[in-house]
Design a protein around this ligand. Structure first.
Ligand SMILES: Cc1cc2ncn([C@H]3O[C@H](COP(=O)(O)O)[C@@H](O)[C@H]3O)c2cc1C
Ligand SMILES: O=C(O)c1cccnc1
Length: 337
């Protein structure tokens, strides 16, 4: 599809004017939940998840049949500073692996019945080193947002955004530091497994990049400055899903940094999203907190690629299967107490 914007101001309007959930479907789903053959509340958060999903799909008894996982890839100028344990060439190599079906996320998508697509964005043209200057021009930012928007299948009934981009935990940490404050070291972690010296270089890059744009609080400008094309694409895709009323599961630290841009630009912009998991990247928990979310899973993942969120599709499928498939007390002839 073609994104309904070709400049940043139109994207801002789409962020401000978003559809909400179907309140009648929520009320009907709550009523259905109350009649199912279980003690009230006994399915815990699964009940809340199913009702949330029903609201966004506009169907009190929904099914999930077309989950979509889109993995965006980009390269980062800041990598030249030695902020990752791996070379930038791995980004393109992993895109080849996604296309061949050999990455973790391919296996998880297959296991949970999701269609997965990979979207490399200008891999031979890394972003500018954000310590020195803006990562992207405004036109480059708009292009990346649009690539994300266009990647969302309007017919999907669940969307997961993932990423591949050597150095992108550095970019994500810088975005979080710029928008949330604190100290640079509050937001940096080991990513692919950088050693102490690498972590120190990464923290210094984040501190300097954020100091360069000191006081900048416009989230989309922060994204342009510190960005990452794949991070911008995830933000565009998450907003597109909102406009299609497709519920979203958020992935790891980098995906949550993309989501933070939307959340800080327009509170409520992530109401159609849940946090799929809390991973091992040091500041992921803090970032999920800043989004006002609580994670579905906590399994110590530190991979990205949409892996944790794709795994959480299973949890959401379970919630929906119970909600839509269980018998009521009356149907089953079970005494409701
Ligand atoms: C083989 C390989 C597969 C990956 N899949 C995801 N990432 C993850 O690691 C990168 C972020 O960590 P950093 O900021 O330290 O570079 C991203 O590409 C992220 O998706 C991978 C990294 C590697 C090496
Ligand atoms: O949480 C993540 O998304 C993550 C953590 C480490 C490396 N890559 C991704």
């Amino acid at each position: 599809m073609t994104a309904p914007f070709d400049d940043l101001s139109t994207f801002r309007v789409l962020l401000a004017e978003r559809p909400g959930p179907d309140t009648a479907a929520i009320a009907a789903a709550e009523a259905r939940d109350a009649q199912l053959t279980k003690p009230a509340g006994a399915l815990g958060r699964l009940e809340e998840l199913a009702i949330w999903y029903a609201g966004w799909r506009g169907d009190a008894r929904p099914r999930m049949e077309r989950p979509q996982v889109a993995v965006f890839a980009g390269n980062h100028g800041v990598v030249a500073r030695g902020v990752s344990a791996f070379p930038a060439a791995v980004t393109a190599q992993m895109v080849g692996n996604f296309e061949a079906g050999g990455a973790a996320v391919n296996q998880l998508a297959q296991a949970f019945g999701a269609r997965m697509t990979a979207h490399p964005i200008d891999l031979d043209r890394p972003t500018g080193d954000f310590v020195e200057g803006p990562a992207m021009s405004e036109a480059e930012l708009v292009d990346a947002l649009a690539i994300g928007w266009n990647a969302v299948d309007p017919e999907a009934d669940l969307f997961v955004a993932g990423e591949m981009g050597i150095g992108n935990t550095c970019s994500a940490a810088a975005i979080a530091h710029a928008l949330e404050g604190g100290r640079a070291e509050d937001w940096t972690g080991r990513g692919t497994g950088v050693d102490d010296a690498g972590l120190a270089r990464k923290t210094e890059a984040v501190a300097q990049g954020v100091a360069r744009i000191a006081g900048e609080k416009d989230p989309l400008e922060v994204l342009r400055q510190l960005g990452g094309r794949e991070i911008a694409a995830m933000a565009g895709a998450i907003l597109a899903a909102r406009h299609h009323r497709i519920p979203v599961i958020l992935d790891g630290f980098i995906c949550c940094a993309a989501a933070l841009v939307l959340h800080r630009a327009a509170p409520g912009a992530l109401d159609h999203a849940v946090a799929g998991h809390q991973g091992a990247e040091a500041a992921h928990a803090r970032l999920i907190d800043a989004l006002g979310k609580s994670p579905l899973l906590s399994l110590g993942l530190r991979l990205g690629e949409a892996s944790g969120a794709t795994l959480a599709i299973g949890v959401l499928k379970g919630a929906i299967a119970c909600h839509s498939g269980m018998a009521s007390f009356a149907e089953a002839g079970v005494s409701d107490g």
